[in-house]
Design a protein around this ligand. Structure first.
Ligand code: 6PG
Length: 233
């Protein structure tokens, strides 16, 4: 299948089947080429059925490292934690054998945890074999939020940084996010969207305009890493 396009599916079930199959193909290729593979995932509600599907897939999961694209700085048991989501929805059944790299450290703030978090990320096979993004209705992706004070640094391709603490002006919890260069350090990016509202937001993001107002534009406008959008109603 050609990457770099918008794929529309008639139902969430069909999308999930196709995306899970594609991810599993990429992970197998990664294992064939490097002996191990890496999958970085987003939180939020959209990927939940995909996680359930992936968890049941026959893959050499003991050779796969799963990590996060972003995290809310709450305890890992908190229902708002992406680690909690991934542990309870993805790292089960067959996928329970995968290695997981959390973002949350014992540090009180994400800012204090930046260095430890970046070091931990280096343990995943990089570039990631595939990285899964979502998008908010305000055009944020990962935790690259419009209006965040340090957004410019987080999207600077030459920053040399992997993780950054972010305080979203419009959402709860201090966050840790992969920076734009760390997100682009993937063989393949998937943007997983569900619903008419997200389709409208995508159309807006694809139109001309300031990327700082809709940070997903940084991902859509770059030319180094293929991005495929998976959409269903
Ligand atoms: C997070 C995310 C975030 C998410 C979007 C979409 O942890 O919040 O990684 O970037 O992907 O906010 O969220 P929904 O899937 O819930 O719409």
């Amino acid at each position: 299948m050609k990457e770099g396009q918008v794929l529309e599916f008639p139902s969430s079930g069909m999308l999930v089947a196709a995306l899970a199959a594609r991810i599993s193909e990429l992970l197998r290729e990664g294992i064939d080429q490097r002996g191990q593979a890496s999958l970085a995932v987003s939180g939020g509600s959209t990927p939940v059925p995909l996680f359930a599907r992936l968890a049941e897939m026959d893959l050499p999961w003991d050779r796969v490292t799963v990590s996060l694209v972003d995290e809310r700085w709450v305890e890992p048991q908190d229902p708002d934690s992406n680690e909690h989501l991934v542990r309870t929805r993805l790292l089960r059944h067959k996928a329970a054998a995968a290695r997981f790299i959390p973002m949350k450290t014992p540090d009180a703030t994400a800012l204090q945890g930046e260095e430890a978090c970046a070091l931990a990320q280096l343990e995943a096979p990089r570039p990631y074999d595939c990285l899964l993004l979502g998008m908010g209705n305000d055009g944020h992706t990962a935790s690259l939020f419009p209006g965040a004070a340090n957004l410019d640094t987080a999207v600077d391709l030459n920053s040399g940084r992997i993780c950054m603490a972010i305080r979203p002006p419009s959402a709860p919890h201090e966050r840790m996010t992969l920076t734009l260069p760390a997100i682009l350090a993937s063989r393949q990016l998937f943007l997983h969207l569900q619903g008419e509202e997200k389709k409208k937001v995508l159309a807006l993001a694809q139109a001309a305009g300031d990327a700082r107002q809709m940070p997903i534009r940084y991902v859509l406008r770059q030319g180094t890493t293929p991005v495929t959008v998976y959409w269903s109603p």
